[in-house]
Design a binder for this molecule. Structure first.
Ligand code: ZN
Length: 513
């Protein structure tokens, strides 16, 4: 019964269905070639004929990209920064073999506007235009892209406004939509150009396609398998075989296109299913052909793209994944009613961090707060955790404008308590190690603030608990106390400095490089 209902629903909505994955909306791109875009393609083809030498250049080009998250007028929702990081990681991998790297220019912008968020190709387009950064490739993330035509629009490049719009559902590290739209940005056409409005089907075009002009405007020749018209037909790229939009509606698992379709010379057509500029979905390993790569290179070199030329060079293109968490760690108690400062070791080359703190170690979005921070510490406001939370989890990943691929590999925990019990020393002293990252032989200071006179022991141990120096006893007076540890012979590694007394022990990490 359910099956029958589903079938009717699919019929009514005219949604295609994949037999492997059940009903799926057919995705497509709504980039429309304009005379301007055709002129750029023409110019790039001519440029390559005269300037073949640029194809051997190997220096990495850094392209500034300005991300704008479009949200409803209410200001709620919108794509998450974490997903934008995943997307940037993905497109940088997709374009890495072209010596092309995108980097985030300035901060991520936000725009709250219902029209821009749902109709960016209609009335919302003019609103987006006003938001453009004139020195960057502009990319907008929206909830929906309204259209009268069949299928769900996942993204588009607007040649007139010169910006890219991506549907929020495509902002992740899996979808090929963004790399496809960037292909259009760099003047590429679909491999099936001329068949966008009416994909091949046997009823209309037959098993052997005899028409010479593709069905969709503007007038363009139907591409032949033998390559005789490849320089003028379809995408004008000769190393992409003919494709009469066979991908549209084909199951989203990229299964082999085994429908036999012949061109008018009776030659069997083998479309390049895993080409970024095709409409085949779920291929996993997509690629641009060398001819397409050459055009992208020419486009970037053209005067039309002068505004993207940048002197930016990242401090690092990859960042260490593991984070040395300083505090609070190892289930230490923290007062619910007080601000809680989370700190970790700075990662070389990182400019920012994604910090997540959560009520649940799954870090599910319903329990988790995500912050982008530019320092290696962050203070959670007092009373963030309600009485129902007794254990909190936190984790960090580092990124910089070009390297956004890191995901947090581990996490730390602390207890959230109403009153400090088991370890009273935490309420008696507030202390830090300065600096907490040294070279062997450097001197360090232990700064201890206390509101009462106290007798404490200070010890330094390895992470396996071995004593490194003998415990020192110290009488603390009210206020700031400074204890200097000098001439310690420490091999590179992590050490634990602890302050203890009869009421407990408080520990912090020292890094020796
Ligand atoms: Zn497209």
């Amino acid at each position: 019964m359910l099956l029958v209902k589903n079938t009717i629903l699919i019929f009514v909505l005219a949604i295609f269905c994949s037999s492997l994955f059940g009903q799926r909306v057919v995705g497509k791109c709504s980039t429309v070639s304009t005379p301007e875009m055709d002129a750029r393609l023409e110019a790039n083809i001519n440029y390559l004929e005269k300037n073949g030498a640029i194809l051997t250049e190997r220096a990495t080009k850094y392209v500034p990209i300005r991300f704008t998250v479009v949200r409803p007028t209410s200001g709620t929702g919108g794509v998450s920064v974490k997903n934008i990081m995943k997307l940037l990681c993905k497109i940088n991998k997709d374009y890495a073999n072209q010596e092309l790297q995108f980097f985030i220019k300035d901060d991520i912008k936000y725009l709250n506007n219902d029209k821009a968020n749902t109709d960016p190709q209609g009335v919302g387009g003019n609103i987006l235009k006003l938001q453009k950064d004139k020195d960057a490739l502009n990319m907008f993330f929206v909830a929906d892209i309204m259209s009268d035509s069949e299928g769900q629009i996942l993204g588009f490049y607007s040649p007139n406004n010169d910006f890219v719009v991506i549907r929020n559902s495509e902002v992740n590290d899996v979808a090929q939509t963004t790399s496809h739209e960037l292909g259009h940005f760099f003047s590429l056409r679909h491999t099936f150009y001329g068949w966008e409005c009416q994909p091949w089907n046997e009823a209309d075009f037959g098993k052997t396609v005899t028409i010479t002009i593709a069905p969709c405007p503007p007038t363009v020749a139907v591409e032949l398998v033998n390559g005789s018209n490849c320089a003028t037909a379809a995408d004008r790229v000769c190393d992409t075989p003919p494709d009469y939009n066979f991908g549209f509606g084909w199951p989203n698992d990229c299964r082999y296109f085994d429908t036999e379709v012949y061109d008018r010379n009776d030659e069997l057509i083998h479309p390049d299913q895993s080409n970024y500029m095709s409409y085949f979905f779920g291929c996993g390993d997509y690629h641009f052909s060398q001819g397409q790569i050459n055009l992208i290179k020419a486009d970037l070199a053209s005067a039309a793209r002068d505004y993207l030329k940048s002197t930016f060079v990242p401090t690092a293109t990859t960042l260490q994944e593991t984070i040395n968490y300083f505090s609070p760690i190892d289930s230490v108690e923290k007062l619910r009613s007080a601000p809680i400062t989370l700190s970790w070791e700075a990662v070389p080359g990182a400019t920012s961090y994604i910090l997540e703190y959560s009520k649940n170690k799954s870090f599910g979005s319903a329990f988790t707060t995500t912050e982008i921070v530019n320092e290696n510490q962050f203070t959670i406001p007092a009373s963030t955790f309600t009485a129902s939370t007794t254990v909190a989890f936190w984790r960090v990943s580092a990124f910089n404008p070009v390297s956004t691929c890191n995901a947090a590999v581990d996490y730390e925990t602390f207890q959230v308590v109403t009153a400090l019990n088991s370890n009273k020393i935490d309420s008696q002293v507030d202390w830090s190690i300065v600096p907490n990252n040294i070279k062997n032989g450097d001197e360090i200071s232990i700064m201890i603030n206390t509101s009462s006179t106290l007798d404490v022991n200070i010890s330094v141990t390895s992470t396996t608990g071995q004593k490194v120096i003998n415990p020192t006893s110290k009488k603390l007076s009210i206020g700031e106390n400074r204890l200097v540890l000098e001439k310690m012979d420490l091999k590179p590694g992590i050490y634990i400095i602890s302050i203890s007394n009869i009421d407990g022990i408080s520990s912090k990490k020292l890094i020796v490089q």
